[in-house]
Design a protein around this ligand. Structure first.
Ligand code: DON
Length: 321
């Protein structure tokens, strides 16, 4: 890093000027007071609607954090692409996609629906994420599976903040009738590997939704994805490049709920949002950005986060196309 600094060989050489522009976009989004907090998980309604944090980490380790970037927040659905990437790394895409498809579902994230081959449509909707959880480290007990996931996440986050919010987990499990219905439906359709214990599996899925990070550590995760699976902070290779490619492809087509098509059109970058108000955005080969603000639009995406992403590609040439 220091050698690069002396040679001014950073991927974003004018980083100070860049962050000044980021500041402007951040404060413009802060003024946006639209949206509602997610209400179906009681614990999530307790967040302050004013909260707004953002962090950036480039593929060569330059960092910038703003606002509430150090508040712990739950990953919620942002865990979905990360678990998918881990499972790809473990068993490869051919096996994974015998169980789950690659098409946008065109339906809400928690819809009880499978594709014509009786697979969930993709790993970014609940059905797909639950199946992905069943594939991770089959044969391990729940405690070891959780440890494995946390350990991998910590590597993705460069050993920075990764924790667990037990009250969100309990709250989520208590209000999970739809996910139980989805689980039983998929069990009937034989969507899971043999020997899967459905209740343990759903606990694992709820636990992964309740894993905590901050925008600051989340930006490192996003930067590891932007950097082909090598963490820019530690230099550790966490995932194989093909896992990153497949994950980013599905984030681009399916990562932003029923706004995914419009987001891919307007922003042209892989992103994933969650009901806690987080958005993880990846600018491949450049940087990762993690944003958080609880008020959501009617698609379920953070209002301030979406505004920031759309303004970002108006200001900089990051749109993939
Ligand atoms: O399964 C649920 O209801 C949520 N915990 C899912 C989280 C989420 O962000 C929605 N995404 N697909």
């Amino acid at each position: 890093l220091i050698a690069k600094a002396f040679r001014n060989q950073f991927i974003i050489p004018e980083f100070v000027q860049f962050t000044q522009r980021i500041d402007e976009l951040f404060w413009r989004a802060k003024a946006n007071t639209q949206g509602q907090l997610a209400s179906y998980i009681p614990q999530l309604t307790r967040f302050n609607p004013e909260s707004w944090g953002l962090a950036i980490c480039t593929v060569d380790g330059q960092r910038y954090s703003l606002g509430d970037a150090y508040d712990p927040i739950c990953l919620q659905s942002i865990s979905k692409p990360l678990t998918y990437a881990m499972v790809l790394d473990e068993i490869g895409p051919d096996v994974v996609h015998q169980y789950v498809g690659q098409e946008p579902s065109g339906q809400a994230f928690n819809t009880i629906s499978l594709d014509p081959m009786n697979r969930p449509h993709n790993p970014m909707v609940n059905a797909g994420a639950v199946v992905i959880c069943s594939l991770l480290k089959q044969g391990m007990n729940l405690a070891d599976k959780f440890d494995y996931n946390q350990q991998k996440l910590k590597l993705l986050a460069g050993n920075e903040y990764v924790s667990f919010n037990n009250s969100v987990f309990l709250s989520e499990r208590q209000t999970a009738d739809r996910n139980y219905a989805l689980g039983y439906y998929m069990k009937e359709k034989q969507c899971f590997p043999k020997g899967t214990n459905l209740h343990e599996l759903l606990d694992f899925y709820f636990q992964l939704c309740s894993v905590e990070i901050t925008c600051d550590s989340g930006a490192v995760v996003a930067a590891t994805l932007a950097n082909g699976g090598i963490c820019p902070i530690t230099g550790v290779k966490v995932l194989e490049p093909y896992c990153i490619r497949d994950t980013l492809s599905l984030m681009l087509s399916c990562g932003m709920y029923d706004y995914s098509g419009q987001f891919a059109f307007k922003v042209g970058l892989p992103g994933k949002s969650g009901v806690s108000g987080g958005i993880m955005l990846v600018v491949p080969n450049v940087m990762g950005i993690f944003m958080w603000s609880p008020p959501l639009d009617h698609y379920g995406n953070s209002c301030r986060g979406i505004q920031f992403c759309e303004d970002l590609v108006k200001s900089f040439n990051f749109h993939n196309y």
